[in-house]
Design a protein around this ligand. Structure first.
Ligand SMILES: Cc1ncc(COP(=O)(O)O)c(C=O)c1O
Length: 398
């Protein structure tokens, strides 16, 4: 052998169980984890189970998104794959796109839209703030975009964007509304059809508590017509929704048993079970459970003397909280995260983008949205703050 087998691969993989209370991925329910280890199968002409699986998932997405859209399917990728899919299917070179940017996700969408040669116009707010219908209308009038992107739950700022009026406003100006619900679907009320959303996306690894690697997407008929009437070719093969619609049996297209790419079938099993758990619980109960955790957590944070980045309680994202790092911890904020992980295997995450070094982020999503998990995080945080304070004063004395 020219290259010897690596000794590090001589032992089985061990990953300790941790409480994943950052921005995701979250812990998996046993039923979801077990589903992920069911036998692999391939496409449908030999495996009727595959056709059933896709139907189960499509109906699960329709329930989760509250939509009758037949154009509901999964993409074999994380949330970024959905960004790519939106840009390559709905935008053509030179198209105007308006990107609501109040955190990292608008920035990221802008980069991807730019790579697809769209003309990016940004409506910008600081992290922790949201957009008003008036601000949106001004921007729509000024830029006349073909599509607008907005994050419903912005997980770097911790905001929940009120959306009810956005669909109507976009349509008044002939614009498609694309909503990023990666960090919100399942945890907060969301109505794709009622709110006239044209493209809705979410990820598998947040409130759904399924493994990362799949992204869920639905298109309104308005958006689908835009895809079908493009002048230029869709530049991506993997993310081409007209191809994916065929392997998902969408819009009355019979599931062809056609090969497009190898689906992440074991991830699909896990996702199917995660959607089934949400159906069993009921969306309203699931939203209420997340809201209860938010109330308990925010009360506990106030008792610890910690303040939140988002000052207006009505726009706080219930499933993920952005906590301001107090001045005295600005140099050693990581000690708090490390203490929580070392002592309790609890994840307290750092800020992302502008919030890095200024915020801690804690999420109670899906399986982790439980009062006992909230209490565990508060305990880890309280002790972590104490520990970091002692560390800092010891260093100061040296
Ligand atoms: C609101 C939002 N959009 C998009 C993404 C990107 O998703 P992914 O990391 O699955 O690619 C995230 C990830 O945290 C997110 O929170």
């Amino acid at each position: 052998m020219e290259i010897e087998k690596p000794s590090r691969l001589a032992t089985p993989l061990v990953i300790p169980l941790k409480t994943m209370t950052g921005p995701g991925p979250t812990n998996l329910a046993d039923r979801v984890r077990q589903a992920g280890s069911l036998p692999s199968i391939g496409i449908s002409y030999l495996h009727p189970e595959y056709a059933e699986l896709t139907k189960d998932i499509v109906e699960g997405i329709q329930y989760l998104f509250q939509t009758k859209s037949q154009l509901s399917l999964c993409i074999s990728a994380t949330g970024h794959g959905a960004f790519e899919a939106i840009c390559c299917n709905l935008l053509e070179p030179g198209d105007n796109v308006l990107v609501c940017t109040n955190g990292l996700w608008g920035e990221r969408f802008s980069i991807i839209a730019d790579r697809h040669d769209a003309v990016v116009q940004k409506l910008v707010k600081p992290q922790g703030q949201v957009f008003t219908p008036d601000e949106l209308e001004q921007a729509l009038k000024e830029h006349r975009p073909k599509l607008m992107y907005v994050a419903y739950g912005e997980s770097t700022g911790g905001t929940l964007q009120p959306l009810e009026e956005f669909g109507k406003l976009c349509h008044k100006y002939g614009c498609l509304l694309a909503v990023d619900a990666v960090a919100s679907a399942g945890g907060v009320p969301l109505y794709m059809d009622r709110w006239e959303i044209d493209i809705l996306i979410t990820g598998s690894q947040k409130v759904l508590s399924a493994p990362p690697g799949l992204t869920l997407i639905s298109l309104s008929s308005r958006a689908w017509n835009v895809v079908l009437n493009r002048k230029s070719k869709i530049r991506s093969y993997l993310f081409d929704l007209t191809e994916l619609a065929e392997i998902w049996g969408c819009n009355g297209i019979p599931l062809a048993g056609k090969y497009h790419h190898t689906s992440s079938v074991t991830l699909m099993y896990a996702l199917r079970e995660a959607l089934a758990l949400i159906c069993e619980e009921g969306l309203e109960n699931c939203w209420a459970r997340h809201n209860l955790c938010r109330e308990q957590f925010h009360k506990g944070l106030a008792e610890l003397g910690l303040s939140l980045l988002v000052k207006d309680p009505s726009i706080r994202l219930p499933i993920l909280t952005t906590i301001e790092i107090p001045t005295e911890y600005l140099n050693n904020w990581k000690d708090v995260c490390i203490y929580a992980m070392d002592t309790y295997k609890v994840e307290i995450a750092s800020g992302l983008g502008q919030g890095n070094g200024k915020l801690w982020r804690v999420g109670f999503m899906g399986q982790n949205a439980r009062p006992e998990t909230v209490q565990l995080v508060l305990k880890a945080l309280r002790e972590g703050l104490e520990h970091a304070r002692k560390n800092a004063s010891q260093h100061a004395q040296l």
